[in-house]
Structures are given as structure tokens and as C-alpha cells.
Write a protein that binds this ligand. Structure first.
Ligand code: SF4
Length: 343
């Protein structure tokens, strides 16, 4: 029988488990400390739990951690890790060290259903949802786990297409019984799936990033099919209902494509669209992917775009590309070849 992973269980679920096994209630707290604070790999390491109780646990449960099966390093120090999931699929996570920060770009699904034109994960299409165990394992099991300062859910998949597993992960990452991280260290990036986004905005205080890419609905639709079901104007209506002027931030990701969304007309409309929202726009250089006839805007155009937005009241920065040489940069993650090899 496959064992059930303990990583990914919140404190209430751990309490249910220990009660079902006839253990004292405080054992749940001890287990959560071993899982999320001391980050052990095996039940045997939980030395303040009696051998008898560890054996009882081991009959049905294990910790559920697994190390990456492959790592590649970019010339800029970025590292891409490949993990095998419980279901035998593959996902990638990207470790990005940068002066006093170390960020992990985390995946939420194997592949993705959303089909954004510029994205390798979208080209791969959808294979499976990640469990909370598999989401957290990426964060816990890279060699640099103890050095991480920030998390961005910008890896493979659309987080709000896997909202429950995402919310459970965020709960464990920010709860006192779990990682105890400040929500300010975590950003969840979405293309704007409104139902999941609404639940996230109500239940979590982590930062939100929205992939915008064009202020014109009909042009955005050509890049991102989601515009049909959840137009960006409706996404912004939802965002306007929340306060982003204090601890929680909202940002917008905007990949600049040459001759597609980088004109004065786009800049003017973008400023209009974001009026009244306390936000930042991150401009991203497009990273060429096979079979897609899009090019990155020139550095001059990107600078013009940034300066126009910023001087018109929308703080904007050009995000430095990382890991392009190892296909780890924005929009480049894919495990399609690995999935085919194993099929
Ligand atoms: Fe999916 Fe995000 Fe890629 Fe769109 S950009 S296809 S939502 S992974």
C-alpha cells in the first residue's frame, strides 16, 4: 500500500491523524515541528515521539519528501531543479540567488491548461494537479532550502486552477505551526482566474501578481485565451475591491513583444486601465521559444515603456532576465520531453 504523506497536512489534519491512532493530542504539534521546522526526511528522525507511536504512524504514513532528480546551473547562478511527482510526472522549480535575496520559483501543476501563446508550459498542455505535498516538497527539498528568502508561484501551471492545494500550501508556509514565514515573502502569480483569485484574496495575505500583457481585450485574447472567460477588466474590478496600499501588494507582469504590445498606444491605455490601483508593473523581456513567431522588444522600447508608465504614476521596473541559457527564464519551463521519455 502506498503510504500517505505527512508533509502537506495542516495542524487540524495532524490532530485527526494522531487521534485516530490513539496518540496524545500534543503529538500533532511535535509532528508539525519535525515536518516544517526541523524538516526531517523520515519518521525515525522524530525522536521525541515514542518508538511505538512512530511504528503506528509508519504503518500508514511517511514524511513524503523527495529530492530533485536533476539540477542544471546557468552561467548567471540560477539553478533549475527537476522533481518527480508522486504520480510519476515531472515538474521544474527555479532557484534564483540575487545579492541578499534567494527566490524559488515554484510550480503548481504538471503542465498547464491555459494555453498562453508565449509559454512553453502552455505548449506542453495539462497533465496533472500537484498536491500540497508536491508543492511544498519543491520548497523544502532543494539543496538551498535553508537559504530561501522569497517564494514566487510563477513556475509551471496556473495556481488558481489548483486553488485548494495552493491555499493549503500557503497556510502551512505562513502558519506558526508550519514554516512561520511572513506572507510578504510570498507572491502568487496568476493570469486572472477570478473564482480562485477571489478565494485567495479573501483567505490569504500573500502578494498577488497578475499577467496582463496587453491592455486591449481583443489583443490580449490573441496572446491569452483566458481573456474570453475572464476579461482583464473584470479581473481588475475584483482587485479594486481590495486594499493594496499597506502590507499586501499587487503587481502586473507585462512581457514586451516587439511590434505587438510595446507602442505608445499600449502604454497610454495601460496607464488608463490601472488608474486607481496601488500597484507596480514589472516589464519582462520575451524569451524566445521554439515554434513561436514573437520577438522581444528592443531595450530602447522597454526603457521608453518603463519611463512612460512611471512618469504617468504607474511605478514600473524592467525585470532582469535570469536562467535563459538553461531554459529557466519566464515562460520557458517545460517537462514535455522528460514526460515523453518516461512514457
Ligand atoms: Fe499556464 Fe502561466 Fe504558461 Fe499561461 S503563462 S500557459 S497560465 S503556465
Amino acid at each position: 500500500m502506498d503510504k500517505i504523506a505527512l508533509v502537506g497536512k495542516n495542524i487540524d489534519e495532524l490532530k485527526d491523524i494522531v487521534s485516530e491512532l490513539g496518540m496524545p493530542a500534543f503529538t500533532a504539534k511535535q509532528i508539525s515541528e519535525w515536518l516544517y521546522k526541523k524538516r526531517v526526511f523520515s519518521l525515525d528522525e522524530m525522536t521525541n515521539i515514542s518508538a511505538k507511536n512512530r511504528a503506528l504512524l509508519a504503518a500508514k504514513y511517511d514524511v513524503g519528501r523527495s529530492l530533485p532528480v536533476q539540477a542544471v546551473e546557468s552561467t548567471d547562478g540560477t539553478k533549475k531543479y527537476l522533481f518527480r511527482t508522486e504520480g510519476g510526472h515531472f515538474i521544474e522549480s527555479v532557484y534564483i540567488p540575487d545579492e541578499d535575496r534567494a527566490t524559488l520559483c515554484v510550480s503548481s501543476q504538471v503542465g498547464c491548461k491555459m494555453g498562453c501563446m508565449f509559454c512553453m508550459t502552455g505548449k506542453q498542455s495539462f497533465t496533472a494537479q500537484l498536491t500540497t505535498t508536491e508543492i511544498l516538497n519543491q520548497i523544502m527539498s532543494i539543496p538551498e532550502a535553508e537559504t530561501l528568502t522569497n517564494l514566487v508561484f510563477m513556475g509551471m501551471g496556473e495556481p488558481f486552477d489548483n486553488t485548494l492545494a495552493m491555499l493549503r500550501s500557503l497556510e502551512i508556509l505562513t502558519a506558526d505551526y508550519g514554516y512561520g514565514w511572513s506572507p510578504r515573502r510570498i507572491t502568487v502569480s496568476s493570469i486572472g482566474l477570478i473564482p480562485g483569485m477571489k478565494v485567495f484574496l479573501e483567505r490569504s495575505n500573500c502578494h498577488l501578481a497578475i499577467s496582463l500583457h496587453s491592455p486591449f481585450s481583443e489583443e490580449r485574447l490573441k496572446l491569452m485565451p483566458i481573456e474570453k472567460s475572464f476579461p482583464i477588466a473584470k479581473v481588475l474590478d475584483e482587485i479594486r475591491k481590495h486594499d493594496f496600499s499597506h502590507q499586501r501588494r499587487v503587481s502586473f507582469e507585462y512581457i514586451l513583444f516587439d511590434g505587438v504590445n510595446d507602442s505608445m498606444r499600449h502604454a497610454v491605455e495601460l496607464v488608463k486601465l490601472l488608474r486607481g490601483i496601488d500597484c507596480r508593473v514589472n516589464l519582462i523581456r520575451f524569451h524566445a521559444i521554439p515554434g513561436i513567431d514573437l520577438k522581444s522588444s528592443t531595450p530602447e522600447k522597454m526603457t521608453f515603456f518603463r519611463d512612460y508608465l512611471t512618469s504617468n504614476g504607474v511605478t514600473s521596473t524592467i525585470r532582469r532576465s535570469r536562467g535563459e541559457d538553461i531554459f529557466a527564464a519566464c515562460g520557458m519551463l517545460s517537462t514535455l520531453e522528460k514526460e515523453k521519455e518516461e512514457a
